[in-house]
Design a protein around this ligand. Structure first.
Ligand code: BTN
Length: 276
């Protein structure tokens, strides 16, 4: 069992609790809810036309949490971090592609600072501990009619205090939580504030300081060096994950010797032997 850096009793995440970790100025742009269908939907629905870069919604519970590829994201009451941040980067849509990977780095860094364990990153943006998924990230981009970015919503779901039998049987082998993997109950309030601070730093420097994110990503990507299945629509091909390119794409070698650079968003990659 890992030594506790920050054990705590179970708690609700509230704005007043967040005051221990974030300034009043920062909290002006944080909305904290008890329950919502999905924090990503909330930001979209409220059509925050003039909402500032960095506006954040946090909820203790989601009734319809969404994952990638139309999947749902299990969001039990009081057991995880469910949050979304609005990002308005000054770049083109193609320059924004690495944002998903950079968010994974920012969240992994926050978990490391607060919990003393560094999650691995399963390409593109799942965080894993001991080969089990503890966090998923859903990035959604909206364009203006001229093709420029209107906003990006970055949604993060981090499993904090689920016990292994809180997960449905069909995902128990691949999903887990910080508590189940470390034996420690960490403070949801401290984690959500740590993630907000990490994402604030990231919003400020990911476009200027790409190599910092790339280095961390390469050092922590658990997909590289493994046999994988590359899934595109209904087709699936076996490959070996060779490395991360400078644009965060994944370089794979197929069994016939040919290689391909996989760009996030186009395909998904599943471990052939276990989740990573
Ligand atoms: C995935 O694993 O496929 C991505 C999961 C993303 C879940 C988060 S929880 C907060 C935000 N709101 C949602 O509905 N989804 C994201």
């Amino acid at each position: 069992m890992i030594e506790s850096k920050n054990p705590c009793p179970e708690e609700r995440i509230t704005k007043s609790g967040m005051r221990r970790f974030l300034t009043d100025e920062r909290l002006k742009n944080v909305i904290c809810l008890e329950c919502v269908d999905s924090t990503n939907n909330y930001l979209k629905k409220h059509e925050f036309e003039n909402a500032p870069d960095g506006l954040t919604v946090v909820s203790n519970f989601q009734t319809a949490g969404r994952g990638r590829s139309g999947r749902s994201f299990l969001s039990p009451d009081g057991k995880g971090i469910y949050m979304s941040m609005l990002v308005r980067p000054e770049c083109s849509p193609s320059e924004a592609i690495p944002i998903t990977a950079c968010v994974a780095v920012a969240v992994a860094d926050a978990v490391n600072r607060i919990c003393g364990v560094t999650p691995g990153i399963k390409w593109v943006n799942d965080l894993v501990l001991n080969r089990k998924k503890i966090c998923g990230i859903l990035t959604e981009l909206l364009l203006n009619s001229d093709g420029s970015i209107k906003y990006i919503i970055v949604g993060i779901g981090l499993n904090v205090s689920e016990k292994s039998d809180d997960f449905p049987e069909d995902i128990r082998g691949i999903a887990s939580s910080l508590l189940a993997q470390t034996g420690t109950l960490f403070s949801g309030t401290e984690l959500v504030c740590g993630i907000i601070s990490s994402l604030d730093r990231m919003r400020n420097d990911w476009l200027k300081n790409k190599s910092k994110y790339l280095d961390f990503y390469r050092n922590h990507c658990v997909t590289v060096g493994n046999d994988v299945s590359v899934i595109s629509g209904s087709a699936s091909r076996r490959a070996f994950a060779e490395g991360i390119n400078d644009d965060f794409s994944l370089r794979v070698r197929y069994t016939d010797g040919s290689t391909e650079n996989l760009s996030c968003g186009e395909v998904s990659v599943r471990g052939l032997y276990g989740y990573v």
